[in-house]
Design a protein around this ligand. Sequence first.
Ligand code: GDD
Ligand code: MG
Length: 371
Amino acid sequence: MQAVILVGGEGTRLRPLTVNVPKPMMPVVNRPFLEHVVDYLRGHRITDVILSMGYRPAVIEQYFGDGRDFGIRLTYVVEQSPLGTAGGVKNVEPYLDGDTLFVFNGDILTDLDLGAMLAFHRERQAQVTISLTPVEDPTAYGLVETDASRRITQFIEKPGRDQITTNLINAGTYILQREVLSHVPAGTYSMFERGLFPLLLERGAPVYGYAADGYWLDIGTPAKYLAAHRDVLAGRIAWPIPGEPVIDGVWAGRDAVIDPTARLVGPVALGDRVRVEAGAQLIGPATVGDDCVIGAESTIEDAIIWAGSQIGPRATLRRCVVGAGCTIHADVAIANGAVVGDHCSIGSGNRLDQNIRVWPSRTLEPQTITF
Ligand code: GDD
Ligand code: MG
């Protein structure tokens, strides 16, 4: 069975983290997110994968090549301008070889049982089966109403508060009979969620919802990206954590050096060659990428630091994300959803708070921002 992964989005809500890398290549606990998705598919014996791409495709191709090193066969199809979710799958039609295919949104962390979903799809003789998951607030998703037999009766993308009739939403994994693509116009922007799905429902086509109650998260905002780390590190979803367990709840990569006076409270993941200096505190959940330096007396808690960043003495990082190759100088505080893009230099004494986002390669002079 072939799978198409939609990875063409610009990851707007994750900017500035997605300025240099597309969302699927963002590290989740020190591994590109898409590598996990590939492992997951291979685990379900799906080894023929087509990537429907648009934004920064070269970063993905350079990492995965033809897929051989990852145990799959990869085909890259790049669109010149965004074709949307349905247009993006229509665009790969020449590469499809079967009657049934899986389609995945490329930003979903899940342990959905694909075999069980496929059995459900076949039993119902569905044209489309959409995976469903319950969420507290459906307004950021596609709301899906079904009847008692799980046949879908309504699909409302990004519903208003007054349209909420259920907590079940589109979980971003589909099984399609290839023939439904005949309703999708070629070479033009169109979405499953606002185009094909409502159209099929209007025509009374057999479209079913497969509700699963396993782990599910869309990593597409900084808050969700932090939550993904929290959950992976807490073992709420099976995910290999790179490195070796060194002390309780702490994984460290090759040649990581931890000063004996540092205090580490798991779960904490350290990449290769990380240096943790005297008196530093790392309080999990925390993820530190390869080649980072965690300065003396600094405090890192519920934070993600990408590879090659230096955190200065007495800095405090709490519930925040710092991109790759940054220099965070002494006594800086970064907290409460703040996001610093790659290769920034944050001068001493700055205080970044309240979801502030610093674009890549910026320099903040000392004491420029306080709250
Ligand atoms: N090839 C291609 N072309 N892919 C695209 C394009 C495009 O123009 N636009 C978006 N994608 C990809 C994104 O890279 C992502 O993997 C996926 O399609 C979904 O796009 P998002 O931007 O993440 O959508 P969303 O999270 O707002 O909503 C979607 O996912 C929800 C579940 O997380 C919808 O499918 C909702 O109905 C659903 O509930
Ligand atoms: Mg999404």
